[in-house]
Design a protein around this ligand. Structure first.
Ligand SMILES: *Cc1c(COP(=O)(O)O)cnc(C)c1O
Length: 496
């Protein structure tokens, strides 16, 4: 068996194991950790996934990357992560909706796809902490546009040797998302609203990570920072699994034969989810196109059509808030894999930081070989929810609706008729007001819980138990800070 090393997209010479990459989150030069190669899955190995459970499939994929974890340890982590907290034994089931296949990634405890990674990451991180002999407390800092925050809190609550602090944009998340976070229990958690948007919160967290004086103060408190954002390798690697799993399910259902290419459409924000699909493709999964779906914050649509990334544009708060992002951090990994040139990646990232823009147009042919892009604004998103509901009786959440629409755009604008899997990233219950509005309901008079009842009546889908329970949960976190108050908030928590 080989050993998989990781290094930085920006050229720092350190080579680390997967446990170290997961523990550190970010490389010392501010780059992202990438694996030194793409481990391969042969077609017979892929076909063999057909008869396995989700957990067994996960072990087959993860062990190729986590070579410093024993298979027994990976098995233990996987079974704790995807056990009783998921409300579907298939964990990530695929179902036909109209002409497309929908991969439901929201059967975990917080009803959003972030659970697929964030139920596993704390397991991998706790193991990494003991493997590397780490004595300090690990303090996880998270900036969230909504779903990551709760999924991280749920995954890390009461984890051994780890504390977690979550920053979310004040007024920038849905009422249910906010309630999910501010009611989080656990002695090791803190939740703070930031007066700003998601990019402000994310920049604040990045600055804290890069702040040497802060690191010194924290060291005196026997605390080291780490990240659970999608830039952490331990977030990305669990997401590769469900691309293979979806393929195996299509094989099992007789919808494809081994080797047939399949397309995937992904509702995209930070580019983590879709990047996992690119990894799956590079590992040998027969993937045709990866369709990148954006909302009105369509910086990625423009990038994939021109090769120029330009974040200097208006920021929109949309009904798909988990995609309201102008700086898609995980794109940096793709840039590295397409160029294998860390100096070039570092230069582009410097341009992005200094002038808000970079020109990677020389990569356009390579980008377009793998990716296609489209976007849907809020009006188109609502139309899509209604149209799919009327045609199929299936209720899409707002993020998934953006993707479903982009998948249909792709089918209409190309003659590619290969099977298309649309990644469904949230339960419609997490964005009930927007979904009901799209279905023509007047929800002005209804609170979140009355909305859940109404949505149940319309969709016939079960109300997730964890969401229903928010009704009686106590609010435990009411802190608010300014953008520049984030470092002080971290120190206060670290001292407590
Ligand atoms: C996080 C999230 C996304 C975006 O995923 P990225 O990996 O950031 O591209 C899309 N939909 C939902 C519901 C999410 O929570």
């Amino acid at each position: 068996m080989y050993t998989m090393d990781y290094f930085s997209t920006r050229g720092a010479t350190e080579r680390v194991s997967s446990a170290e990459a997961i523990l550190k989150g970010l490389a010392s030069d501010g780059g992202l950790f990438v694996p030194a190669s793409f481990p391969q899955m042969t077609l017979p190995e892929i076909e063999a996934l057909r008869d396995l459970s989700y957990e067994e499939r996960a072990v087959r994929i993860l062990r190729l990357y986590l070579t410093d974890y024993t298979e027994e340890v990976v098995k233990g982590c996987v079974s704790r992560a995807y056990g009783h907290t998921f409300d579907d034994v298939r964990r990530a089931p695929v179902r036909a909706v109209g002409d497309l296949e929908v991969l439901e990634l929201w059967h975990g405890p917080t009803s959003a796809f972030k659970d697929m990674a964030l139920q596993l990451l704390p397991q991998l991180m706790s193991t990494a902490r003991s493997k590397t002999g780490e004595q300090d407390t690990i303090l996880i800092l998270v900036a969230t546009s909504g779903d990551t925050g709760k999924a991280a809190l749920d995954g890390f609550a009461d984890a051994e040797g780890i504390r977690i602090m979550v920053f979310y944009p004040d007024g920038g998340v849905s009422p249910v998302q906010r309630l999910q976070m501010v009611t989080q229990e656990g002695a090791n958690v803190s939740v703070v609203a930031v007066r700003g948007n998601f990019d402000d919160a994310q920049r604040g967290v990045k600055e804290i990570f890069g702040d040497a004086a802060m690191a010194k103060e924290l060291a005196a408190l026997h605390t080291k920072l780490s990240s659970a954002n999608s830039i952490n390798w331990g977030r990305l690697v669990p997401q590769i699994v469900y691309y293979f799993s979806a393929y195996a399910d299509l094989l099992a259902d007789g919808k494809i034969e081994t080797g047939d290419p399949v397309n995937f459409t992904v509702p995209t924000g930070n580019f983590g989810n879709i990047l996992a699909g690119y990894y799956a493709k590079r590992m040998g999964l027969p993937v045709g196109k990866l369709v990148c779906a954006s909302n009105a914050n369509n910086v990625l649509t423009d990038f994939l059509q021109t090769g120029i990334y330009d974040r200097k544009r208006d920021f929109y708060q949309t009904m798909s808030p988990s995609m309201d992002i102008l700086v898609s951090s995980n794109l940096e990994r793709l840039l590295y894999h397409l160029t294998e040139d860390t100096g070039q990646v570092a230069a582009w990232m410097q341009d992005l930081a200094e002038v808000g823009k970079y020109d990677a147009s020389r990569l356009l042919p390579a980008l377009q070989e793998h990716f296609w892009a489209a976007f849907a604004d809020d009006r188109a998103t609502e139309e899509e929810i209604r149209a799919v509901y009327e045609r199929t009786q299936y209720t899409l959440d707002t993020h998934t609706a953006v993707a479903y629409r982009a998948a249909e755009d792709y089918r209409r604008e190309t003659d590619d008729r290969r099977p298309m899997v649309v990644l469904s990233t949230a339960s419609p219950y997490k964005f009930g007001a927007s979904v009901l509005h799209a279905l023509g309901e007047n929800v002005a008079e209804l609170d979140e819980f009355a909305q859940m009842e109404r949505l149940h009546a319309r969709s016939g889908m079960e109300i997730p138990v964890h969401l229903a329970a928010l009704h009686t949960a106590a609010v435990l976190h009411e802190g608010v800070c300014e953008k520049d108050g984030m470092p002080a908030a971290v120190l206060t928590f670290a001292r407590a």
